[in-house]
Write a protein that binds this ligand. Sequence first.
Ligand code: SF4
Ligand code: SF4
Length: 359
Amino acid sequence: MTSHDIKTSKHKGKIPKISIKTVQKPSYIVEHSKLQRFDQKAIIFERVMWDSSWEGYKKRYDEKVLDVVTQGKDGYSRVDFALAYASWIIHDAFAGGFSWTKIKTYRTPVDNIGIDWTKTKHEVDDPQKTNAFIKRAAKLFGASLIGICRLNRNWLYADVKIPERFENAIVMAVEMDAGGITTSPAAPAAASTGVGYSKMAFILAGVGEFIRNLGYEAIQCGNDTALSIPLAIDAGLGELGRNGLLITPHYGPRIRLCKIFTDLPLKYDKPIEFGVKEFCKKCKLCAKHCETEAISMDNEPTFEVTCRSNNPGALKWYVDVERCYLFWWENGTDCSTCIKICPYNIMSAARINPSPREF
Ligand code: SF4
Ligand code: SF4
């Protein structure tokens, strides 16, 4: 897509100007009296398994696949679903992707290993230099964006305990395939999502082991352990959008997020702002195109949550993830329409967003 296409499409008049500024404080507004660490049991996929008070209880969306395939719609064939399910395989099968300790390998110990040099700490005289090689490594392993921040423990899930020495968070974004996402809510978009998750496992394992080989510790996390979006905002990767997703200046919301907590000394990046909240107030495209009206049409963000899977205490447009999940169930697969339609994504697919900052 070119910028000309954008001007002639339904995005006419809805193309944000991106001017990134670094700021001292993250762009989110929280009310500390309401803020609490998020209970993982409230995650919508968990509630499918235990919350008998909710309509989505025991409604697993894979049970719809055969029905949906039979309907013969474009993007919902047996081939499309086979690809979408395959896309998750590294994420789902490679436990090393989410390890908190040295990853076990299939190789048997060999006789020619003498002293384990990885057990001594690499001396850090300048955390700025450490940032540079961590970011280069993350990029080498496939991360699209990397930011570093102090670990704000408000974002850890309620039942998670992490020793105080893990002070730092390396937050990484992985770009998802732009072409696949354009097919949402059909299964090729789900394949783009699954590949994003599988890449996360690969990147996390590589960066995690790199840190351990320097003599430090690494806790590798996908969606588990802590809320990724506020950490990504803290680390300067983007701002929160109306669609409840991180909007990055470089790829819009068309990314997946993962993070590593570590005791490796690092220098922090600054949060950024580029006008997302003000743009979202008027844009509303994600809300208009959501098949199930799960996204708020209100002009202003609020502290009022929409369902028990929302975490209270932040000023934002809360997404009704119960409705969202029920649409996924009807659809037989997940949906990325609020990513596809977002002008920040459209711009990145047309390659008119700013390039990612230098690593
Ligand atoms: S994923 Fe789809 S159903 Fe869910 S909020 Fe986004 S557009 Fe709506
Ligand atoms: S599509 Fe939604 S998230 Fe994206 S800019 Fe518009 S209102 Fe914001």
